[in-house]
Design a binder for this molecule. Structure first.
Ligand code: F6P
Length: 320
């Protein structure tokens, strides 16, 4: 291979920059030229493409966001959009692409692979951690740590005022961030879309805890399970407790990536380049039991990543 390109697509995730650095440096190490495609697949379609070298990825390993910018490209989901992108494959002499993103990114990549037989290797990066075929996605660890830091701070003021706090976290239609942050943050209850919940039970639990001398309570709600404001309103109504709501929102998407995310990003980025070098196509890289692996898009896109029920139940036990 002589020339490859890379892009970041979908919602940004801390560690994307570390992954960009790994792809560029690994490719340059093997004597390739690297092109950076801006704003996800939109830049692929609109030829917003520029060369990257060793220096362009200097001083970014510790930065959140993505220097290539990102977008959720509607156009690339259409055959017309992809055909425009293929024109640019020829125009720029691109022999393979590394696409860093989530399931929408891989759906586009698979379609492009199928239509043009052109290799696009995926790297899972999303704070939601909802990608099957990998134990972890780039950005999840940082987002969870950000949420836990916020919960720590809320805990201070919650104790001082003997209040109940509802903290709404992101995760789209999944509860991975909520479960991890709730367990690490010592939440009284964790509401996730994967498990049914009942307000009466949550409130009775709070009342019970209060009688036994708990000075404050924290309820973590995944955005996909319920609206934090609604949960707060219902708890206040039922218990009469002074209840406040904090919605963490996009705070969770930014910030300095944790060491774990940088290491994951570096390993996965380098593996993606290796797959392109060996002529693989239609695959996403991932991490399974500590090993870097390659998984078919067909597998990734036909499965649903399920929550660890044991961990969910444990969080309930430890919150007594
Ligand atoms: O997929 C990442 C994510 O942050 C989700 O957790 C959230 O539901 C969504 O993106 C928010 O999207 P946007 O940034 O477009 O509002």
């Amino acid at each position: 291979l002589q020339r490859i390109a890379l892009l970041t697509s979908g919602g940004d995730a801390p560690g994307m920059n570390a992954c960009i650095r790994a792809v560029v440096r690994k490719a340059v190490y093997h004597g390739m030229e690297v092109l950076g495609i801006k704003r996800g697949f939109n830049g692929f379609i609109e030829a917003d493409i520029e060369p990257l070298n060793l220096r362009s990825v200097g001083d970014i390993i510790h930065r959140g966001g993505t220097i290539l910018h990102t977008a959720r490209s509607e156009q690339f989901l259409t055959p017309e959009g992809r055909s425009k992108a293929y024109e640019n494959v020829k125009r720029f002499g691109i022999q393979g692409v590394v696409a860093i993103g989530g399931d929408g990114t891989f759906r586009g990549a698979r379609a492009f692979n199928r239509e043009y037989g052109f290799p696009v290797i995926g790297v899972p990066a999303t704070i939601d951690n909802d990608i099957p075929g990998t134990d972890q996605s780039i950005g999840f660890d940082t987002a969870v740590n950000t949420a836990v830091e916020a919960i720590n701070k809320i805990r201070d003021t919650a104790t001082s005022h003997e209040r109940t706090f509802v903290v709404e976290v992101m995760g789209r239609s999944y509860g991975f961030i909520a479960l991890a942050a709730g367990l690490a943050g010592g939440a009284e209850s964790i509401l996730i879309p994967e498990r049914p919940f009942n307000y009466e039970e949550i409130c009775e639990r709070l009342i019970h805890g209060n009688r036994r001398g708990k000075q404050h309570s924290i309820i973590v709600v995944a955005e996909g399970a319920a609206s934090g404001l609604e949960v707060g309103r219902k708890i206040k109504e039922y218990t009469g407790f002074d209840t406040k709501v904090t919605i963490l929102g996009h705070l969770q998407r930014g910030g300095v990536p944790t060491a774990a995310d940088r290491i994951l990003a570096s390993r996965l980025g380098a593996k993606a380049v290796e797959l392109l070098m060996t002529g693989e196509t239609g695959k996403m890289v991932g991490i399974k039991s500590g090993e870097v692996v390659a998984v078919d898009y067909d597998h990734v896109l036909s499965q649903v990543r399920s929550i660890d029920l044991e961990m969910y139940n444990l969080a309930g036990i430890l919150a007594i």
